[in-house]
Write a new protein. Structure first.
Lengths: 232, 310
């Protein structure tokens, strides 16, 4: 198996074993789902409201879940000193970082999709009939959302790898809010009054690719000595 | 053939020099003990050899290369650092499985079973590592380092936190690895007894500089003159014997431990001179034998001389 996939597989398994992370993230997803779902009613335009909700709310849930996972798999391993042993294995630092990003992203994406299903089901229960999202929104959740989650987790991981604890605490919050702002800004830029159309999703996709690409380029900042000597 | 080598190795952090001009070499199959007090620079040296840090000066080479640049060479090295490198949420078996995959260990499940048997952790194989005792974690960490049958094993305080029985197991493992598998062992340790028992060569580091470096036997023989131990027939004579030894120019120093007097003679002085004087003064000597310097003595000399010179 590719070393990066080996790392991703281990991270997913470890996160699934971490009861606290799973309970926290599941609670987060349910909280957002239950508070947002009542906005959808059976009145005219309910499908559009659901689309807007899924388009904007679910990626934010994914980003927050990725934020929680990142501190588990980057910061905690660094604090515990496990990272030094991993850096002595045949893995490159880039493979280690990307593997962790992939593992956390897959799980955070899964949790966000779970929250999306919950929103659809609860709003269906509230309004007396199941309202389904449009095709562009489904594609958005399936393709665009993981790009933003990966970019967020990757950036958080990078920050947690190369900075000390105090800087990490400050920069982490900034990272997550900048990404949420970017998501909202992209949505506003693409004129949401017309609904979530293919151009809106396409524009979001391009924004996601650009952000993720930028994060991957920033991955070159990774430096073994920096990771080892910036231990909190 | 030197398998590990440093030459004029130096490292500074933010202008603070923690390692200065450290040069040593470790031959293939050797068990090398790296000693020094806290803050001496041992861990920094280890990190430089493992490619975790970049030297400020000189070189740190393993297999003649910098490990930082060579993933393929890292596959031939096993590492047990201060932390065990284990994941608390995963079981012992899952931890070994993960590392086995990273190192590309063939017949991994068979090898995992071997390691679990070797470390005596078969019954806890499926327990989460977080539920294991400190000693069990250390043993598992050591097993993890041996999983891929490395040619060089870097160990940082492998016995720390272990009970005497587990410490013996660690020593046996080191002997087994260096003997049967001809692996080279780099042992970073505070445990002088452990180092004395398993190491062929020792380097003593203090305040970033190498203070002593040679084969253990050579260090014991060559420095500080002849050592010999005296057991007196009458324990009541110890005070008198002390007075005689203190007055003799041939005796550079002496100490008493468990009723045995150990005297260190100046170069050129013979034990017979001392014995004759004691007997002449009426001290009955039951046994007198030449001894070798203990590693503890060598260590304290090396570190003490550094303090004196500072």
């Amino acid at each position: 198996m590719n070393p990066m996939l080996t790392v991703a597989r281990k991270e997913t398994a470890q996160l699934l074993h971490s009861r606290m992370s799973m309970i926290t993230t599941a609670f987060l997803a349910m909280f957002f789902a239950f508070t947002a779902a009542p906005a959808v009613t059976m009145e005219d335009g309910s499908a559009a409201v659901l689309d807007q909700l899924l388009f904007s709310m679910v990626p934010v849930i994914g980003l927050f879940v990725g934020y929680i996972f990142a501190s588990q798999i980057f910061l905690r391993e660094k604090q515990q000193g496990v990272i030094e042993t991993l850096l002595c294995t045949p893995l490159t630092v880039g493979e280690l970082w990307l593997g962790k990003v992939l593992g956390a992203t897959l799980l955070a994406w899964g949790m966000a999709l779970g929250a999306a299903v919950l929103i659809i089901v609860v709003s269906g229960g509230n309004s007396g009939g199941l309202v389904l999202p449009s095709a562009p929104v489904i594609v958005h959740l399936a393709v665009v959302m993981p790009l933003f989650i990966a970019a967020g987790t990757g950036l958080l991981g990078l920050v947690q790898f190369i900075l000390g604890l105090r800087q990490v605490q400050i920069v982490n919050v900034a990272v997550i809010f900048v990404l949420i702002f970017l998501l909202t800004f992209t949505r506003q830029l693409l004129n949401p009054e017309t609904g979530i159309t293919w151009p809106v999703v396409g524009g979001s996709f391009i924004a996601g690719v650009i952000v993720l690409g930028a994060v991957l380029v920033m991955g070159r900042l990774l430096n073994t000595e920096r990771i080892v000597t910036s231990l909190p | 053939m030197n398998i590990i080598e440093t030459s004029s190795l130096g490292k500074a952090f933010g202008g603070r020099e923690v390692l200065d001009g450290v040069s040593f070499a470790v031959k293939k199959g050797e068990v090398f003990g790296f000693l020094g007090p806290n803050g001496a620079g041992k861990t920094t040296t280890l990190r430089l050899l493992l490619g975790l840090l970049e030297p400020s000066e000189g070189e740190a080479l393993v297999f003649g290369e910098r490990l930082a640049d060579r993933e393929d060479l890292r596959r031939r090295v096993g590492v047990l650092l201060e932390h065990n490198g284990l994941f608390d949420q995963l079981s012992a078996r899952e931890n070994l499985d993960y590392y086995g995959r990273l190192y590309g260990v063939p017949e991994l499940q068979r090898r995992i079973s071997e390691i679990l048997a070797l470390t005596g952790l078969e019954e806890r194989a499926d327990s989460a590592v977080g539920t294991l005792s400190t000693g069990m974690k250390r043993k598992l960490g050591l097993g993890r380092a041996l999983l891929h049958e490395p040619e060089i094993l870097f160990l940082d305080e492998p016995s720390s936190g272990l009970d005497p029985e587990a410490q013996r197991m660690v020593r046996e493992l080191i002997n087994e690895v260096s003997g049967r598998e001809s692996a080279t062992v780099f042992l970073n340790s505070h445990n002088l007894d452990e180092v004395q028992r398993v190491c062929d060569t020792v380097a003593i580091l203090d305040r970033g500089r190498l203070r002593a470096y040679d084969r253990v036997a050579a260090l014991q023989e060559n420095r500080g003159g002849v050592h010999f131990a005296l057991t007196l027939a009458d324990a009541g004579d110890i005070t008198r014997a002390e007075g005689i030894l203190a007055s003799m120019e041939e005796v550079s120093r002496y100490w008493i431990e468990d009723g045995v007097i150990t005297a260190v003679l100046l170069d050129g002085a013979a034990p017979a001179q001392v014995l004759a004087r004691l007997v002449r003064e009426g001290v009955l000597v039951e046994e007198a034998r030449k001894t070798r310097r203990s590693l503890e003595e060598i260590y304290l000399d090396a570190v003490g001389s550094a303090e004196g010179g500072a």
